[in-house]
Design a protein around this ligand. Sequence first.
Ligand code: ADP
Ligand code: MG
Length: 323
Amino acid sequence: QITIDKIAAGEVIERPASVVKELAENAIDAGATAVTVEIKEGGITFMRIADNGIGIDKEDVRAAFLRHSTSKIRSAEDLAHISSLGFRGEALSSIAAVSQVELLTKTKEAEFGVRYKIAGGKEESLEDAGAPDGTTFLIRQLFYNTPARRKFLKTAMTEASHVGDLVTRLALSHPEVSFRFINNGQVKLHTSGNGNLKDVIYHIYGREIASNLIEVDFERKGIHITGYLGKPLISRGNRNFENYFVDGRYIKSSIISKAIEDGYKDFTMQHKYPFVVLYLDVDTEHVDVNVHPTKMDVRFNNQQEIYNTLFAAVDDGLHEREL
Ligand code: ADP
Ligand code: MG
């Protein structure tokens, strides 16, 4: 079992940012309204992901670390969908297989919390402990027992910037959750969680960008596009400021970027890359779900349709403002 978990971990856990992604998504699933991500040395030696969500009952703690154990499958249809994605219920077992994990968790109903330690897939202890409601994961020494994988990690600074990017995207896709990111003791980001996307943009990108936004709400043929376009005076030297989420997932797509950039082409810009934060809600018929969910990739069944709709949303949004 431990060996299988170690192999499975390779699928899901590539670097500190992948651990943070899995644990922060679990926190959101657990109804957290505040999530703290703290790392040291790029997360390689230390990560703390703390939430104020529903917590885990003492009786369920061990099971949560078993492979394919998930509390989130509700129907047979779900199951088919999830197993096609290949690794639901694998995050905790994978993380525990390749690091030293300490979990502190408490549900509202429980009198005490529980502290659980597991390292290299082997349980070390399970005991009652004082704890606030919610869940905190401490992850130490990632890949300590898989030196080959550890060698693939980049410098602490690079790994920290991957984690920072990830928290940024989580904050942009969940304005209703307050995110705090602490790197080597310094608070790098702290969003309010008040549900206002513009506020999140302000926190991350500052005043100049946040005060030059055009709101978008556009729907056509099963594709609903919402979010903000930066006014054309705000353009950037690369695509890093093109943020878009398809059904909540942050992705990179040349077809989407092209449609956005083409939508700006009637306007003079310093660079050809705009600032945008856009959410695409797409009817399931348009997307192929069999793309590995850790990849920032999506396949559309009809690329032209996606291109046209997005182009129209951007073009309309910009022209409507008579810039
Ligand atoms: P999955 O998220 O696919 O269910 P995971 O391995 O990520 O699988 O988590 C296993 C289970 O552990 C979850 O289904 C959930 O019940 C529980 N869990 C994990 N993280 C948290 C958390 N932060 N708060 C409450 N429950 C959690
Ligand atoms: Mg999970």
